[in-house]
Design a protein. Structure first.
Length: 166
């Protein structure tokens, strides 16, 4: 799963809303997760981030995070390959209001900082904004901090992919 994710990040793919196929030249966040999991034999993956969140929650694999600190005890169970979820990255009327998903990679060996992979339209990696499919820094959103989209994204938690060994 990690190998395919990093391969996709190396292809210079754009952020393309509604796409779940790299042959289209880009992917959106949930399309990235959908594609990577399906290519790794995971069945029944929902296509959008809200559905992916519900899928993880129903499997009993979700860990909510309400703290706004990167070193919170709530992050102790976070493992490479976990799915990560946010609200507030764009305006949408859906229930639950999950608007963004990524795959956690772990900590960089050289810096010890947490990193994730997926598709985004302006997240940061090593202090540089990146657009499209890439590796990104992972930091828990601080309350009231506005992202590059002009919105206030809120990290809500993470969970294991249903059907994969713990």
């Amino acid at each position: 799963m990690v190998e395919l994710s990093l391969d996709l990040a190396s292809r210079n793919l754009s952020y393309k809303y509604g796409s779940a196929d790299p042959a289209n030249g880009g992917l959106d966040c949930s399309g990235f997760v959908y594609y990577v999991l399906r290519e790794n034999g995971v069945a029944d993956v929902p296509r959008d981030s809200s559905g992916q969140y519900v899928w993880v929650r129903k499997a009993g694999n979700f860990v909510p995070v309400i703290s706004h600190k990167d070193d919170s005890f709530e992050m102790e169970q976070l493992k490479p390959g976990d799915l990560m979820f946010w609200t507030g990255t764009y305006d949408i009327d859906r229930d639950p209001p999950i608007t963004h998903a990524m795959i956690y990679l772990g900590r960089e060996k050289s810096t010890g900082k947490r990193i994730m992979v997926g598709a985004s339209d302006g997240r940061v990696y090593r202090d540089q904004s990146r657009f499209g499919v890439s590796v990104f820094d992972f930091k828990v959103s601080k309350p009231g901090r506005t992202g590059t989209s002009g919105r206030t994204p809120d990290f809500v938690g993470y969970g294991r992919v249903p059907g994969l060994a713990p």
